[in-house]
Design a protein around this ligand. Structure first.
Ligand code: SF4
Length: 428
């Protein structure tokens, strides 16, 4: 989501600015912050410390802070760092040019962190023109209130973007060479619930899949509670929808899921996964997991490992619980020591490495369709050109070929597997 917002900011500012590789060469530095992980404020202020030294040497340098920390902290950022010129929140991207203008005209540091009820009017498309795969936001905010999560505060209530606008943005990206789109939303599959009359995620997928030249559609992340009866057919029958689902599990214990206010249980989660696997045996499933949530016992933790073994996730993003100020979970009593949490995380990640290895090894000797993204920075010992791209299952393949066109979809014979990627050669 932040990557998407950053691309939008580049687009908004493209008349006056262009990207440069490092802050030393910049006239404007925007720090797009995320507060999902630990210590985002410390990281922000330490970066601002470095930038204020740069500003002393370059007094015309403008510095802005945006994203979730900006949304939460607002005015406090200006008070703590004299180097900052503008602070703007997650609903105020379009205001950047005017905030900068006011600052240039001598106004004091500017802050814009108001929430909006509607979808902010942002320019369509991106300033980059040569991307094979693009992100497109389809909704903003979240109505779920998981007890550990700060997103409903920093991104506000869920607001869906108009179907026409999404379609236009995807068409522009395709016109400029994109072949794949990843639809973004905190709970992407609840798209359209806030419209009157209601619209469905299914109708959005159906409409986008009719766009000529768009070869692949991905989305992240579906919420298990929002998975409707048609979901499995939807993702398995539409040939443009990729064979990869990233569906957060968070915990394999019903007791912990309840404490997290995740409104599904292990049985339902597994039902969805088995339904998907039954229809598409080579589907790739990835997930998010939190270990050491307040009150998580050894047996709760073991249940999470059991689900991992049963599902055989292709990969998982796992984190130790860390309290986010302002969330319910931050007030829950923590009974698990940091050492124990770390040990649980390490064990879980070792298990995931084993499973990932097994899943990747199972590809060796098979053939897969790869969407080519470019020349790989990793070349082999014989100095052949190595290209890279991804399977529909979202697995990266580094492969040998000659005169391979970026954006093409090729059959690649898989010849080997490394820790996270596959190796192959174009099938001739
Ligand atoms: S569904 Fe996702 S974004 Fe929404 S509150 Fe829960 S974890 Fe946060």
């Amino acid at each position: 989501m932040n990557e998407y917002d950053t691309l939008k900011l580049e687009k908004i500012l493209e008349q006056d600015y262009q990207s440069v590789p490092c802050p030393e060469n910049a006239d404007l530095v925007l720090i797009n912050t995320c507060s999902v992980r630990e210590k985002p404020e410390q990281k922000l202020y330490s970066l601002l410390g470095e930038l204020s030294d740069l500003k002393k040497a370059k007094p015309d340098l403008k510095i802005g802070v945006c994203g979730c920390v900006a949304q939460q902290e607002g005015e406090r950022i200006i008070k703590r760092s004299k180097a900052v010129d503008i602070v703007f929140g997650t609903h105020n991207l379009s205001l950047v040019p005017s905030l900068l203008k006011q600052r240039e005209l001598g106004a004091p540091p500017q802050v814009a962190v108001n929430y909006r009820e509607d979808w902010e009017d942002l320019p369509l498309g991106f300033s980059e023109t040569d991307k094979v795969s693009v992100f497109v936001s389809i909704s903003r905010g979240c109505n779920k209130n998981c007890t550990y999560c700060i997103v409903p505060t920093t991104r506000g209530k869920e607001v869906s973007r108009s179907l026409d606008e999404i379609e236009r943005e995807v068409k522009i990206a395709v016109f400029r060479g994109a072949k794949e789109v990843t639809l973004l939303g905190q709970t992407v599959n609840s798209y359209g619930k806030d419209f009157t009359p209601r619209q469905s995620f299914a109708s959005l997928l159906e409409r986008l899949s009719k766009i000529d030249g768009l070869e692949r559609i991905r989305f992240t992340s579906p919420h298990p509670q929002e998975v409707k009866e048609d979901f499995i057919d939807l993702v398995t029958n539409n040939p443009k929808v990729c064979k990869h689902i990233h569906m957060p599990l968070q915990s394999g214990s019903d007791r912990i899921l309840k404490l997290m206010n995740r409104n599904y249980r292990k049985k339902r989660y597994l039902e969805i996964i088995h339904g998907l696997k039954e229809k598409v045996p080579d589907i790739s499933i990835t997930t998010d997991i939190i270990v050491g949530f307040p009150g998580e016992t050894e047996s709760d933790y073991q249940e999470t490992l059991e689900v991992m073994r049963e599902v055989e996730f292709d990969n998982s993003y796992s984190f130790m619980f860390s309290p986010r100020p302002g969330t319910k979970a931050a007030e829950m009593k923590e009974e698990i020591s940091q050492k124990e949490k770390l040990s649980r995380l390490q064990n879980l990640q070792s298990l995931q490495f084993e499973i990932t290895k097994k899943r990747l090894d199972s590809w060796v000797g098979k053939r897969g369709e790869v969407l080519v993204e470019g020349v790989s920075p990793y070349q082999n010992d014989d100095k052949d050109t190595v290209y890279y791209g991804r399977l529909s299952q979202n697995i990266t393949v580094n492969f040998l070929g000659s005169e391979v066109k970026t954006g093409s979809i090729l059959d690649v014979d898989i010849t080997g597997a490394s820790k996270f990627t596959l190796k192959g050669a174009v099938c001739i």
